[in-house]
Design a protein around this ligand. Structure first.
Ligand code: ADP
Length: 235
C-alpha cells in the first residue's frame, strides 16, 4: 500500500560528468512519481542507475531538477543537511559490501553508530541486535575475510539497518553472490522490511529480483522509461 513517507518525486533531474574537457550528460531529465515500499531499477550498464541511486542516497548531488523523498526536498539541502539525511534516514548497501577489512563484523556495524554520536557501549549493543536480526550471532568477532560473500553482505545489511533508516538503497546487492545466496539476501531484505517498515530501492541486473519489485523501473540512456512511470503522464 502506498504511504506518503515512501513517496519519491523527481522533476527534470539532470547530472553530467566532466571527462577531460567534455561534459558528458548521464541523467538527462528524469521524471518520476512513485509511492511504494519496494522499487527495483534495471537497465543496461552505463545507463545511469548508480548515478541516480547516489543522488537519492545523498552521496552525490544533481546538476538541476528536484528530488523529493518522503516530503523532503533534497535538492535544497545544504551539505550539512545532506550529511544528516545520509546518516539518519538512509541505509546504503553496495555490491562489494564495503566493509572495513581490519574490523570485526561487530565493529563494522558499530562504527557508523559511534561516529554519529552514540556512546561506545550503546553502539555495540545496537550493532549486536542488528547482527542478530541478520542471523550472524555466531560471527560477531569475525573479520570480513573470514566470512563468506553472503555473510559479508549480511554484515553490510546489519550496518545499513542499525540506524533504523526510512529508506534502504541497494546498488546491485546480490551482484557478487551466487544465485542461491542472492535469493537468500533478497528474502532477508524483504523479511526485514516487513518488520521494520523501511522503503527499499534496489538497482539490479538480476531479472528475477527486478521483477519482484512492487514498482519496476527501467532506465535507458539516462532516462527512466515510461513503463510503470506515472510521472511521464504529467509531462
Ligand atoms: P550504471 O549504474 O547504469 O552502470 P553509472 O551511473 O555507473 O551507470 O554510469 C553512467 C555513466 O556515467 C557511465 O558512462 C559512467 O562512465 C559515467 N560516470 C559515472 N560516474 C562517473 C564519474 N565519477 N566521473 C565520470 N564519469 C562517470
Amino acid at each position: 500500500m502506498s504511504n506518503p513517507t515512501n513517496k519519491i518525486l523527481i522533476r527534470n533531474l539532470t547530472k553530467s560528468y566532466i571527462n577531460g574537457k567534455q561534459n558528458v550528460p548521464v541523467l538527462k531529465g528524469i521524471n518520476l512519481d512513485v509511492a511504494d515500499t519496494f522499487l527495483t531499477l534495471m537497465g543496461p550498464s552505463g545507463s545511469g542507475k548508480s548515478t541516480f541511486l547516489n543522488i537519492l542516497s545523498g552521496i552525490d548531488q544533481a546538476d538541476s531538477g528536484e528530488v523529493w523523498i518522503g516530503g523532503k526536498n533534497l535538492s535544497n539541502f545544504t551539505e550539512q543537511e545532506l550529511t544528516e539525511y545520509r546518516r539518519n534516514e538512509t541505509g546504503i548497501i553496495f555490491q562489494f559490501f564495503h566493509l572495513l577489512p581490519y574490523l570485526s563484523a561487530l565493529e563494522n556495524v558499530a562504527l557508523p553508530l559511534y561516529i554519529s554520536g552514540l556512546g561506545k557501549s550503546k553502539a555495540r549493543e545496537i550493532a549486536k541486535e542488528a547482527l542478530e536480526k541478520v542471523d550472524l550471532t555466531h560471527r560477531f568477532k569475525h573479520k570480513p575475510d573470514e566470512l563468506s560473500g553472503g555473510e559479508q553482505q549480511r554484515v553490510a545489511i546489519a550496518r545499513a539497518l542499525a540506524k533504523r533508516p526510512s529508506i534502504v538503497l541497494a546498488d546491485e546487492p546480490t551482484g557478487n553472490l551466487d544465485t542461491y545466496h542472492a535469493h537468500k539476501i533478497l528474502e532477508l531484505l524483504l523479511e526485514l522490511q516487513e518488520k521494520e517498515k523501511f522503503s527499499l530501492f534496489i538497482v539490479t541486473h538480476d531479472r528475477e529480483i527486478g521483477e519482484k519489485g512492487k514498482v519496476r523501473l527501467k532506465m535507458k540512456d539516462g532516462l527512466i522509461l515510461p513503463e510503470q512511470n506515472p510521472a511521464l503522464d504529467l509531462v
